[in-house]
Write a protein that binds this ligand. Structure first.
Ligand code: SAM
Length: 218
């Protein structure tokens, strides 16, 4: 009974924020609906509103400086929510054209309520996206498995080598061994800073990645 009431309140909260922002992102879609059969690319399911607010409390945002990138941005919920914080710019990268088109519409509709209005949405496979030198915060809500992730982390590494800076990575995942844990031994330049249990369904891990190897080990 308590569980059902809690779930009801959670759903109410989700619907309320969809309505308030004027967006539609509250659905689950398997990628084979769009002809993608690569099991390494995970389904669409938005970050919950409550969860995203929890995640933003885990990092220090430098107002007007930090640039946020969501890998696997789907219908753009995390992009829109990030834009309610004082980021300088927000970037989304999404494989499926239909989801990205919906993200474009969602951003347009939410725009009057957003703090950051410099938003770019790219319809491209994350593996072939060059991480721009301005990006300082990267978000993943479990968008793909370890094989894709290894390539994407390689691109992040390349970006910090070319433009040395600290990049903070927020990795949200179902609990247990995450896709990053599975490849972590091959990423000695990636420093795990903190790991948070967010209830029975999720874990959030904060990593940093530096252009300067000496800082990684400190
Ligand atoms: C769990 S959803 C996250 C949605 C969004 N980040 C959010 O938090 O609301 C994962 C998304 O990753 C996308 N995705 C999967 N494989 C991808 C790839 N190789 N390149 C870019 N996006 C991908 C899926 O289409 C899906 O929209």
């Amino acid at each position: 009974m308590v569980r059902r009431l809690r779930y009801f309140l959670y759903r109410l909260y989700e619907r309320f924020y969809e309505w308030r922002l004027g967006i539609f992102s509250d659905t689950e879609i398997f990628l084979d609906t769009y002809g993608v059969t690569d099991a390494a690319c995970h389904q669409y399911i938005a970050t919950s509103y409550i969860r995203f607010r929890q995640l933003m409390k885990l990092i220090d945002i430098r107002p007007g400086e930090d640039v946020f990138l969501d890998f696997g941005s789907g219908m753009g919920r995390a992009v829109v929510l990030a834009a309610t914080y004082p980021f300088r710019k927000i970037i989304g990268v999404e494989l499926i054209p239909e989801l990205n088109e919906r993200a474009v519409k969602n951003v347009q509709r939410a725009l009057p309520r957003l703090r950051c209005r410099d938003i770019e949405l790219h319809n491209v496979d994350a593996r072939s996206f060059r991480v721009p030198p301005e990006v300082t915060v990267i978000y993943f809500w479990n968008p793909f498995s370890k094989h894709v992730l290894a390539d994407v982390f390689g691109n992040i590494r390349q970006s910090v080598i070319e433009s040395p800076r600290t990049v903070t990575i927020i990795f949200l995942s179902p609990p247990g061994v995450t896709s990053v844990d599975e490849i972590k031994d091959g990423l000695p330049w990636l420093a795990e800073r903190r790991r948070f249990d967010l209830g029975p369904k999720s874990v959030a891990v904060i990593y940093t990645c530096e252009g300067d190897e000496r800082k990684v080990r400190s």
